[in-house]
Write a protein that binds this ligand. Sequence first.
Ligand code: GN1
Ligand code: MG
Length: 358
Amino acid sequence: MEKLNTIIENFALEGNIKEIKPLGNGLINTTYAIITEGDNDNYVLQCINHNIFKDVDLLQKNIELITTQIEKKLIEKGETDIKRKTLKTIPTKDGKLYYFDGEKYWRVTILIPDAVTFESVTPDLAYQTGLAFGDFQYMLSELPEPLGETIPDFHNMEFRLEQLDDAIEADAAGRVDEMMEIIEEIDDRREEMCKVQELFREGKFPKRITHCDTKVNNILFDKDGKILCVIDLDTTMPGFVLSDFGDFMRTAGNKGKEDDTDLKAVGIDMEIFKSFAKGYIESAGKFLTQIEKDMLPYGAKLLTYMQTVRFLTDYLNGDTYYKIQYPEHNKQRTLAQFKHLRSIEEHEEEMNKFIASL
Ligand code: GN1
Ligand code: MG
C-alpha cells in the first residue's frame, strides 16, 4: 500500500487520501478503490495488465475517444447525471492518460458514487441492460476516429481455436489427457462456431463497435436498480454485435456461475434471455440488419463456446492468462462453461422463435 500512495501522487486528484482498498473481482487487471476524506470524489486506481494490453497508448486513447463520445451523446439527449454515466479518465499531473512507474502502467478514473454491481440480475434489470447495450453500440456508431484493436483478434474464433491447438500440441502442463473428452466436444463444433467469420468475409455480416466483455459484473447500477454505465472499456473495439449479446447470456443468462462447482446449477435462464433480448432489440433495432438479429441466439452459443475454449486453453497452458483462486480453477471454469453451452444448445429453437417474434 505504501507503493500505491506514491503512485497516486502522480495523478491530479482532489482531497486527502483516507484509505486504499482492493476493488472488484476482474480476472485481468488489478483494481483498487481510493477513498478520500470529506465530500471529495473517490477514485479507482487500476494496474493495467501489460502482458495482455501491450499497447497502453492505444488502449488509453481508445477509452478517451469512447468516454468523450458517450459524454457528448448523453449531453445531447439532455441527460443530467453525466458524472455517474461516463467513466472519464483522470489524467496525471502532467496531463497524460496513464502513469508508467518504470515497471507497471497505472490509470485512474472516478469511483462512481452509490453504484453497485451484480453477479446475477432480475428479468427487469436484464431488460434495462438490453436497452443500455443497444444504446451503447448506437452511441459509438459515429466516433470521430476509428478505434484500434486493443487485443488483436480478441473475439476471433478461428484464432482462439488456433491457440487451443497450440496448447494441445505443447501440452505444457501435462493436462491434455484429462481434458480429452471436452477437447472432442470442442472439435465437433468448430465449423459451426466459425460461421460468422465466414459470413463476414463474404460481406454478409457487419462489424460495429462492441464492448466485447459484457459480463454482468461489468455493468454499474444505482441503488434503485437503474443502469448507470458500462465499465471495463478496455476491449471496446470493432466486432460483431453477437459478442455483447452473447457475453451477457453467458454470464447473466446463466443460472449458475461461470466457475460453478455444482454443474447442475448451470444452465440458461430463459426469462433473462427474453427480457434482455426484448430490451436490446428495442434499442438496437434501429440499426441491426436482419441477419444480425436472427443470429443473436447463435451469439449466445458462440460466446459461451469461445469462453470454454479460452478457459480450456489457459488450463492446458498451465494458467498463464486468467487469475485463478485454486489449482483446478480453469478446469472448473471450462466444465461449467461447457455445461452452459449444452443448455443453450438445448434451448436454441425456443430462442430463435422468440427472437423472430420480436
Ligand atoms: C476477463 O477483465 P474481466 O475479468 O472483466 C476477460 C474476458 C473474459 C472474462 C471471463 C481482457 O474479463 O474476455 O470473458 O474474463 N478479459 C480479457 O470471465 O481477456
Ligand atoms: Mg471486469
